[in-house]
Design a binder for this molecule. Structure first.
Ligand code: ADP
Ligand code: MG
Length: 722
């Protein structure tokens, strides 16, 4: 093993960027592989285009004749791009995407190949979906799943070096119409939010209200490791993280990586990656080095949530593929290296429409401020009431390693508003900020207060859920996760809060027709009940962990085993049912799928740890021990007496490691659990605990065994050599 490790070090030290073509100008490549409205306008008749545009913007149903016309245009466009196959792409309940490819080809009676693609083929597909997790939503006798075209997310071409496939973003449902994917709930949550927001805005006297949507801009962190190292790390290849590895002498304590010069190989990779995103119509906007060595971030410009979610999935796919082309393994795991910063995905989220604008933007005018205060209040209430749900949507075995660790937002959901805005809400609560009505103009003096400086210095980076000037940023989301789950939870909790606000506002307006007075009354009540969730201090501190739970009554749920059962809370079930986002059985199926995934990924890691310890680390330790002891023996025969404490330490750690391996092996044999909660708890406590024991001894051995005899690339190598 060590020979290949040393060869890898040598090869990587001298590695050069791969040769690439001259970059193409942005206007030539932007969305060149996307069948978007602009492409359709060129190829469709005026009437057909009008119908499609209506569907894209409002979700109106497309008639069969128009669907045929769109399908034909889409096919011609795809064929001209070299595509021979098409695929509905869908988003199952895992964090992955799924696709089934079909050829455009049919042969006629003369044996000639012709191509065919009808409206019905475009609209509906039937993948053999029985292998996707469905959480008992589909019994095997009803194993049919359907995909259906989502016209609001544009189709595109996926290129490989010698082929291309037309990809059609789709929903995925059972034959009885239950949502088997992450897209259907997202679309439903948008409608629920739209409906509730319209109620509030109407009560606020708005007359023209266009459809509301949420926006999402997701900042994606990731690590790059040279694939020559990754090739001899089965843990990186199979689990996406290192299960072993001692701390390097030079860690990130130097912080010189953050925003540092991006090494040339990485720079070349990034430009290639971004060019591909541009071709796919994904607006890559910023990139930089992250805190940890070997860690980077990419953030596209924000888009409508549904499109942003599809683009996020595509971005992760393109990231991995392009990294490979450049000789890197891209790690999306939340904590690939213990003791080094983990990776998150900051989900920036706002809601708005074309008539009222961004409702989370305080703006400069008092009337707009009132709408803003209501929507912001709705978020505060939502996070307080459904914090455990938000936590559950980001729960995974991999994110558990990051949440609550030193550098990541804690596993306690609180809201950060910033000093100015926090004061406004606290003052409304205590009555220090009185609504005053002078001559029909609402002058709260808020217009000055609420014109926030959008200064990053004002940001609290320790909060899991922070207001950042004109949006909220959910920072506890994991780097490998789909953004859909968090977006569904945020949209739905907002819908619920806006419904509550609408009810209260109606009563308040009946008592006092002045909007300002009514809004203040509603917000006062809201703050009294839910203001406890606002926290501007250091979210990483031990003091907050104690205070949050004991004084504020917030929940601290450090592991997935603690967090996922929130899906079974009655309040959560009522939330999803009343808003029409998820039926009780759809919700239950998600709980089943996620808990199964949690258990599975921990069991896979445990087996891998056993394997690497037994077949890699133990042999290396024993080999070196035998060298040491024979050297000591030879020395002793030559009359030289030597200290044997290193040899003894290797022997005892190797023994202890194998004992821990045996215990872990035994622990994995236990299968009789009364309920899935019990099984998750067992994984979180017993299995993870034993894996840590094995790792402890193994990492000690890494510091004792000769460097040349160590089988796996070390942290210092994987993180620093580029
Ligand atoms: P930072 O790292 O300082 O948080 P970035 O510029 O890296 O900021 O990322 C901010 C993300 O938030 C980007 O994806 C950006 O497009 C997105 N964003 C900006 N305004 C909004 C908004 N109103 N709604 C949703 N997302 C937004
Ligand atoms: Mg950010």
């Amino acid at each position: 093993g060590n020979a290949s490790r040393l060869a890898a070090i040598n090869a990587i030290t001298n590695a050069k960027p791969i040769s690439t073509e001259m970059p193409a100008p942005l206007n030539e490549i932007w969305a060149s592989d996307v069948f978007n409205l602009a492409t359709m306008e060129e190829s469709l008749s005026k009437n057909a285009f009008k119908a499609v545009k209506e569907t894209v913007h409002t979700g109106a149903v497309l008639d069969a004749a128009t669907a045929d016309v769109v399908a034909a245009a889409m096919k011609d466009w795809a064929l001209s791009k070299g595509a021979k196959f098409f695929s509905h792409i869908f988003y199952p309940m895992t964090n992955a995407t799924a696709e089934k490819h079909d050829g455009f080809i049919v042969t006629n009676s003369d044996g000639n190949a012709i191509t065919e693609f009808t409206g019905s083929l475009l609209i509906k597909g039937e993948p053999d979906g029985s292998s996707f997790p469905n959480g008992s939503l589909r019994m095997t006798n009803a194993a049919r799943g359907y995909t259906a075209w989502d016209p609001s997310s544009p189709a595109y071409i996926m290129n490989t070096p010698n082929g291309a496939t037309l990809m059609i973003p789709s929903v995925f449902m059972s034959w009885t119409g239950e949502a088997l994917d992450k897209k259907i709930p997202l679309l439903r949550s948008t409608s629920a939010m739209d409906k509730a927001a319209k109620k509030v805005l109407t009560l606020m006297g708005e007359t023209e209200i266009s459809p509301l949507n949420s926006s999402c801009g997701a900042e994606q962190e990731y690590f790059l490791v040279d694939e020559k190292f990754a090739a001899s790390r089965p843990d990186l290849l199979l689990a996406g993280r290192t299960l072993f590895g001692a701390q390097p002498a030079k860690g990130q304590q130097f912080d010189d990586h953050y925003f540092g010069a991006i090494p040339e190989r990485v720079q070349v990779f990034m430009q290639d990656f971004e060019d591909q995103l541009y071709r796919l119509g994904i607006p890559a906007k910023t990139h930089h080095n992250e805190v940890a060595p070997g860690q980077f971030e990419i953030a596209p410009y924000y888009e409508a949530a549904n499109v942003a979610a599809d683009h996020q999935q595509l971005l992760m796919t393109v990231l991995k593929k392009t990294a490979k082309k450049h000789g890197f393994l891209a790690l999306l795991h939340e904590k690939p290296f213990a003791g080094v910063n983990g990776s998150g995905k900051h989900v920036n989220w706002s809601v708005g429409n074309s008539t009222q604008g961004n409702l989370l933007d305080p703006g400069n005018t008092p009337e707009k401020n009132l709408n803003f205060l209501l929507f912001c209040g709705a978020v505060i209430r939502g996070v307080h009431k459904y914090g455990p749900l938000l936590r559950a949507t980001i729960a995974s075995a991999s994110n558990d390693h990051r949440l609550g660790a030193n550098e990541a937002p804690p596993a306690i959901l609180s809201v950060y508003l910033g000093d100015q805005l926090e004061k406004v809400f606290k003052d409304i609560q205590t009555g220090n900020l009185e609504p005053s009505v002078c001559g029909g103009v609402m002058d709260l003096g808020l217009s000055q207060i609420l014109t926030f400086t959008r200064d990053p210095g004002d940001r609290n980076r320790t909060s899991p859920f922070a207001f950042t000037g004109n949006r909220f940023e959910f920072r506890a989301v994991g780097s490998s996760q789909s953004v859909s789950g968090p977006l569904v939870a945020m949209n739905t909790m907002l819908a619920d809060s806006l419904e509550w606000i609408a009810g209260k506002l109606e009563t308040a307006l009946a008592a006092n027709s002045d909007h300002t007075v009514a809004v203040f009354a509603v917000l006062k009540e809201l703050m009294e009940e839910h203001g406890k969730v606002i926290f501007g201090g250091d979210g990483y501190s031990a003091e907050w962990h104690e205070k949050a739970v004991e004084e504020r009554g917030l929940k601290n749920t450090p592991t997935t085993a603690d967090a996922l059962p929130a899906f079974k809370d009655e309040s959560v079930q009522t939330l999803f049912e009343s808003t029409g986002v998820l039926s009780p059985i759809e919700l239950k199926s998600r709980y089943e799928v996620y808990s199964e995934q949690y258990i599975l990924s921990i069991e896979v890691e445990a087996k891998l740890a056993i394997d690497m310890a037994t077949t890699g680390i133990y042999p290396a330790a024993m080999g070196y021990l035998s060298e040491l002891t024979s050297a000591i023996n030879s020395a002793s025969s030559a009359g030289i007496s030597m200290d044997s404490s290193v040899a003894a330490s290797i022997a005892s750690n190797a023994d202890a490691m194998m004992k821990a391996v045996a215990s872990l092996q035994q622990a994995l044999q236990v299968h009789d659990f009364e309920c899935v909660e019990g099984h998750m708890r067992y994984c979180a406590d017993t299995i993870c605990g034993l894996m840590n024991d094995v790792r402890g001894y193994a990492d000690t051995l890494e510091g004792l065994v000769a460097d040349s005899a160590w089988p796996f690339p070390k942290y210092s190598e994987m993180l620093f050599i580029k």
